[in-house]
Design a protein around this ligand. Structure first.
Ligand code: GCW
Length: 843
């Protein structure tokens, strides 16, 4: 090889290495960390479309946000098109991408139709050069414009005659994290906090920066970083510099930082003997605290307040109102430009369940509607979308229609607290779409929720969207590789609630997994069905989630809702089910809605069936529009839902080889788990209703499991039978586990079916307080072994910990001895429920 060619080869290698170093994305395995910002290389023909794009990007200004915008464009174009744009500053000296605020772009006509955070993508000649212009109303707008431009390239859109204005639907587009300062996250299902550890802000905030980038890419603009059940320490003098570090990490992405505060802080950490909002010392305390914060964080967003709720102290301690409370803080923030998000989640969790008129659903409206007009202009009432608490199905909160002179924001939940905790697939955009589009008919006019909360209906100065997200240290942010679709959808809907769930999921899938038609179709289909499927095998007809509301909020727990003060009642008894919330005979909740809506819910006939049991108490024999009785619907829905969950696994398997192996395998594992747990749900709920109602399943399924061998019926060596509570969370109410002293236990049974190929499901319990080991043998042959270390949310045997191991492709002959050995570990005593054996032909 001549020297010349050698030099060129060396140079090429160097350039490649260097490009790779600049483009860390390409080096990562597909962990999901990049989420929808993968900037995967486009195919050659699509790249061709962009052959004449400018070779540099210049920014008109010098702020951190503009620098982020510039770096992002370089990163995205390099990933997708394999070209590294030159970075410049100031007016273009060649054909360039020009990034700046509208007024700063030379020659660009001014437009009055671009609102705050909005942008204009256009092309034109500047200083004689052809340029692609990203002009923002403000710097954030520039950043959003760059993300929009990159998304167009990712989707292969033509940029030739670019001329597009976009602006967000509402000014408030926030996320809340429920992170504790010790690093744990309340209702967080994806590892520990990215913000805090061990009482302090983390030293390494690189994940915070990356989270901010993800949020910015979907148009979100604020983040409250700590739990609404706030630690008073967050306001301590020595903590503020730590908060300032977090604000520094968020700022380059246009994300304002806020914190949750305890309303009693003036007393609990401020040294006063009161936190009465009308006491001058308290007023002064909040004023000084705000000043101190703004000295260190000039663009601080404000405070979120959870008061008089679930044990948090509030203004009621002094006979004051939420308006008194919100305003004292709002006034302290006002001159600095901060806001108060005052949560409407105020209710009595010691309600007397014996009183049929009591109803937690009424609380938010009763507490806040009378105060309409009494809140300062920088107060936003943050209202959960439903009147209870993020259940799988609720009507919209009537409070949205009860605040005409007050700013509002809707609170949604990306973290799937009651919807499968990111172990079950449950894409919530279809639910949010329904909620946001719901027409409240205020004064009998069209008043969809989205227009009310954004401030449009009543011309409020601010308003919008908040979602509890709870990303964690798990590499892929939310645990389930498909759960990030919820965060993406939330941001897209907050930006434009007129987008449809199918459009959003199509975008998300293409950006996250690529544009292979099979991949896009399959994942979209799974996502779009998943909410309904989850609802079907948990709590259909608006009964609530039917989960264990006292502890995990995860597995089945029908009775956990009843006979306690929490008020998540479904009132299921021997004869019927449902909360009567009508005016005529029930709690009167229905009257909180504007008359047209109230009329619809008051009547059993006009109440949508998916909310039937939320509004009405009916006998199990009540006949639905489908001609089925309520009880048969409950049975059928659980069987159909669980069956559909099995189909998710098969659908996913059709994608093998069409997406990367790592995300394929991680998702498959979650879906297989879900398919097993859906059966746990199905059986628990159906058996509870069978026992309670005494009405049999007309299809004969409930209570009959011909393919099962119960563990307690096997030949046990060491294992001991245990009664499980509640009984419906184990097959036939019983399981087996090792006694405390045992080293190893064994359960044996004989296979009695005909010779053939079988699938064997071992149903066992995986607690998080031990890691038992299991081995399965057919005769002397070891056919499977595993460790129970899935960290399910449970320390005991029951519906939270029940899970299955599937052993497919097993040849069995009549008389074969099947043997399960369990080795207990710590408090987990290798518990087993049953084995189900089905012929492979029947799958
Ligand atoms: O849904 C409930 C959760 C609590 C949460 C509360 C709230 C942060 O179970 O964990 O507390 O709602 O929204 O304040």
């Amino acid at each position: 090889m001549c020297r010349h060619r050698l030099a060129r080869t060396v140079l090429l290698i160097a350039v490649c290495l260097c490009l790779n170093a600049l483009s860390p994305l390409r080096l990562f395995a597909e962990t999901g960390y990049e989420a929808w910002l993968r900037y995967a290389p486009l195919d050659d023909s699509t790249r061709q479309k962009y052959a004449s794009l400018p070779a540099s990007v210049t920014i008109l200004g010098d702020s951190p946000v503009l620098h982020s915008a510039q770096e992002e464009l370089i990163r995205g174009v390099r990933g997708m098109l394999g070209r590294t744009l030159g970075a410049a500053k100031g007016e273009p000296k060649e054909s360039a991408f020009v990034l700046g605020t509208v007024g700063n772009v030379p020659g660009l006509r001014s437009r009055s139709d671009i609102g705050a955070d909005g942008f204009w993508l256009t092309s034109g000649r500047i200083n004689g050069f052809d340029c692609i212009i990203v002009a923002g109303n403000n710097e954030r707008g520039v950043l959003y414009g760059v993300f929009a431009l990159l998304s167009k390239i990712a989707h292969g859109e033509n940029l030739a005659s670019l001329d597009e204005v976009q602006q967000p639907y509402a000014p408030i587009r926030w996320v809340n994290q429920w992170d504790n300062l010790d690093g744990r996250i309340e209702r967080g299902y994806a590892g520990r906090s990215i913000f805090f550890d061990n009482g302090s802000v983390r030293t390494d905030l690189s994940r915070v920066r990356d989270y901010a980038r993800l949020l910015a890419s979907i148009g979100l603009n604020g983040c409250t970083i700590n739990n609404v059940n706030a630690d008073p320490k967050v306001l301590a003098d020595d903590f503020l510099p730590q908060l300032a570090r977090v604000a520094d990490a968020l700022r380059p992405w246009g994300i304002q930082m806020a914190i949750s505060v305890q309303f009693s802080s003036p007393k609990t950490m401020g040294g006063l003997d009161t936190f009465d909002p009308l006491d001058p010392r308290v007023i002064d305390w909040w004023r000084k605290k705000a000043e101190q914060i703004y000295q260190q964080i000039p663009d601080f967003g404000g405070f979120v307040v959870k008061a008089d709720s679930e044990g948090q102290l509030g203004p009621s301690a002094y006979g004051r109102t939420p308006a008194d409370a919100a305003n004292v803080i709002a006034r302290a923030l006002k001159q600095h430009g901060g806001v108060v998000f005052y949560r409407a989640f105020v209710y009595n969790h010691h309600l007397d369940w014996r009183d049929p008129k009591n109803d937690r659903a009424k609380a938010a409206y009763e507490n806040f509607h009378p105060l309409d007009g009494k809140f300062d202009d920088n107060v936003i009432i943050q209202i959960k979308h439903g009147p209870i608490d993020f259940q799988v199905r609720e009507p919209v909160s009537p409070l949205f229609s009860g605040l005409e002179k007050t700013n509002q924001a809707i609170e949604l939940q990306v973290t799937q607290e009651y919807t499968g905790q990111q172990r079950h697939l449950c894409f919530l955009a279809p639910m949010w779409e329904e909620v946001l589009d719901f027409d409240l008919r205020i004064a009998n006019h069209s008043t969809p929720v989205k227009e009310v909360i954004s401030g449009r209906t009543f011309r409020r100065p601010i308003g919008g969207f908040v979602a509890v997200v709870n990303v964690g240290m798990d590499k892929n942010w939310l645990g389930h590789p498909l759960a990030m679709a919820n965060l993406y959808a939330y941001g897209r809907l907050a930006w434009d609630p007129n987008l449809s769930a199918p459009t959003i999921v199509d975008e998300w899938t293409r950006l996250t997994f690529g544009s292979d038609p099979l991949v896009v179709k399959t994942i979209s289909d799974m996502q779009l069905n998943s909410w309904h499927v989850y609802e079907s095998y948990t709590g259909p007809l608006g009964a609530g989630t039917l989960t264990d509301i006292l502890e995990s909020h995860y597995g089945p727990g029908v009775e956990a809702s009843e006979r306690n003060g929490w008020g998540q009642w479904h009132r299921a008894d021997h004869d019927g089910i449902g909360m009567d919330r009508t005016v005529a005979t029930g709690t009167g909740f229905v009257a909180q809605y504007p008359s047209v809506v109230a009329k619809m819910y008051e009547s059993l006939a006009s109440t949508p069936e998916e909310l039937l049991l939320f509004f009405h108490h009916v006998p199990y024999t009540h006949v639905l529009r489908s001609s089925k009785t309520v009880i048969q619907h409950i049975y059928d829905s659980h069987y159909e839902g669980a069956e559909h969950a099995q189909q998710f696994v098969e659908q996913w398997k059709s994608l093998r080889g069409h997406i990367d192996d790592v995300r394929y395998a991680a998702t498959l594992a979650r879906l297989e788990y879900q398919a097993g747990h859906a059966i746990v749900w199905r059986d628990a709920i159906c058996n509870w209703f069978l026992r309670t109602s005494g009405i049999a399943d007309t299809k004969g399924r409930v209570g009959h499991y011909p393919d099962r061998v119960e563990a307690e019926a096997m030949q046990l060596h060491g294992y001991e039978p245990v009664e499980v509570s509640p009984p419906e969370t184990a097959s036939q109410g019983k399981a087996v586990q090792c006694p405390p002293s045992a080293q190893k236990c064994t359960a044996i049974f004989q296979f009695k079916g005909p010779a053939g190929w079988y699938v064997l499901d071992v149903q066992y319990f995986d607690q998080n307080n031990g890691e038992s080991k299991f081995q399965v043998r057919v005769g002397d042959q070891l056919v499977d072994e595993w460790t129970a270390n899935d960290h399910l949310p449970a320390t005991k045997i029951g519906g939270d910990s029940s899970t299955r191991r599937r052993i497919p492709g097993l040849a069995l002959r009549p008389g074969d001895q099947i043997r399960i050995d369990g080795v207990p570990d710590q408090a987990e005593r290798a518990p087993l429920d049953y084995v189900e054996i089905r012929s492979e032909d029947r799958r």
